[in-house]
Every structure is written in structure tokens, then in C-alpha cells.
Write a protein that binds this ligand. Sequence first.
Ligand SMILES: Nc1ncnc2c1ncn2[C@@H]1O[C@H](COP(=O)(O)OP(=O)(O)OP(=O)(O)O)[C@@H](O)[C@H]1O
Length: 264
Amino acid sequence: MAKETSHSILKVEELSIGYKSKKGDTLIASDINFELQKGQLIGLVGANGIGKSTLLRTLIKVQPELSGRLFLNQKDLKSTSILELAKQLSIVLTEPLSSKNLSVFELVSLGRHPYTNWIGRLTEADSAIINKALTLVNITALKDKKCYELSDGQLQKVMIARALAQDTDLIVLDEPTSHLDMYHKAYILKLLQKLTKETGKTILFSSHEIDLAIQLCDTMIVMTKDQVVCNQPCQLISEGIFNALFPKDLIVFDEKTGSFRVTK
Ligand SMILES: Nc1ncnc2c1ncn2[C@@H]1O[C@H](COP(=O)(O)OP(=O)(O)OP(=O)(O)O)[C@@H](O)[C@H]1O
């Protein structure tokens, strides 16, 4: 009999996110339920301070949930060890890079860390995976450059290549388009879309580029002050979800063009 396969990579049930302190819990968002499918590009959007980074940090087990359940590849995240997690999930955060002295190849090779021995010796197979990651992101020509010699756009591609070298089913990026110009914002998100198609990996990213995310994502998670909704962009538009993102005194969402415009 054929083995049953699931297309779910990350499942979130009745999740509440926030911060615990001695004075009590600070709730940021609750009643969060969604299931992300393999091979998809998923954009997480919402206003400043709504809780996107808090949600991402909870999903990647950097901060504990207040309540609820999280499943990565059908396994409860609570019982997934750090090493197991590193083989299933890679992360690209916005913090400035502390190791800019490394060459591009060396930085991308850090992605192999969960698989190498304790001195980090690369096998031929590791090197092949690193070179493939460089090719997929189109930065092979940069491989011997030092990271401090790179522009923000180039550095972002290097960080994406490092995540690809980690060879995980799920890649999570927190605001991969911040600091980039309009062209490079579109370039990076289009690159992420291409990578989902070419590698079958699932890529979840947070962004303020809502218009671009609507055009490029298979699925979007939208955080408003009342709810967290997950659906295809066209469904979210027809449900009027984007209208609830911001106060209407300055910008409104135009359903026909699928983008925001400034009110006259
Ligand atoms: N360590 C912390 N302790 C308590 N509250 C925090 C902590 N970090 C963030 N917050 C609060 O959590 C809320 C959500 O912040 P978060 O950074 O997740 O939002 P965001 O949607 O990612 O914002 P932005 O788009 O501006 O980056 C904010 O009100 C913030 O002040």
C-alpha cells in the first residue's frame, strides 16, 4: 500500500504569543491557527509593532509560546531537539552580521554546521551543496570576496545562500527586504519565489512590502489588531482583510489593483 504523505510543513493550533515576565504575561496575539504547505512562498505582513517578529521567533522556538501547539513536519516542536531543528529549519534574521571578516564561501559554509564534525571539516558532499547554494542565488562570482566588501543586497543573497546550504525543508526570514531599494526588494522576493519552485523548500518571510507579497506569494499570513488570518492573497483581498491593516486616514487598499494608495 502506498505510504501516506503529508504536505503540511508547519501547523499552528490555538497559539497565543507574547512575553512572560514576573509581573505577568503580555499578550501580543492569540487564537492563531494555520497550516503551511510544502514548497510554498508565504509572506507575513502587518503594521509596525503588531507582532510579526514575535510570531516568527515563536515559530522558530527562539521564544516560548504563551499557549497552544506547534508542529514542524508533524512533530510537536516542544519535543524537537536543537540539532533536529537545525536540520529542518534555517533562519535569516535582520541583525547585523558579526562575522563580516569571513569570505562569502566561508559564510555560506556555516550553513553546513549541523552536519559537519566538531571541527567543522567539510566533506566533498558539503562543498557540492555550498556551491549549489551559491549557484542558485547567482553569487558564485562573489565567493572569494570578504563579506565587508558587499552591498546590502549582495549580503542578503549570501545569507539566503547560507540558509540554502543548511538544506532544511523550511527557511524563515525576518524582513529580508529591509535596507534594500525598490528594485532589490522585488529582486530578493522574486528570488525567494524562484527558490520555492526550484528546490521544493517552503519559505516564510515577514515584510512590509505588501504589494509585492500579494503578487508573489502563494499564501499570506496577515496580522491585524483583531485577528491573524492565513490564506491565498486573492482570497484575502476578496475577504477585505487588507482594508483592516492600517487606519484609513492616509492610505486605502485598492482591491482592483491589489495595492495601497494614498488618499487625496
Ligand atoms: N522583549 C520584549 N518584551 C516585551 N514586549 C516586547 C518585547 N519585544 C517586543 N515587544 C513588544 O511586542 C510587540 C510586537 O513587537 P514585534 O517586534 O513582534 O512587532 P513587529 O510586527 O515585528 O514590528 P515591526 O514591523 O516594527 O518590526 C510590540 O508592542 C513590542 O513593543
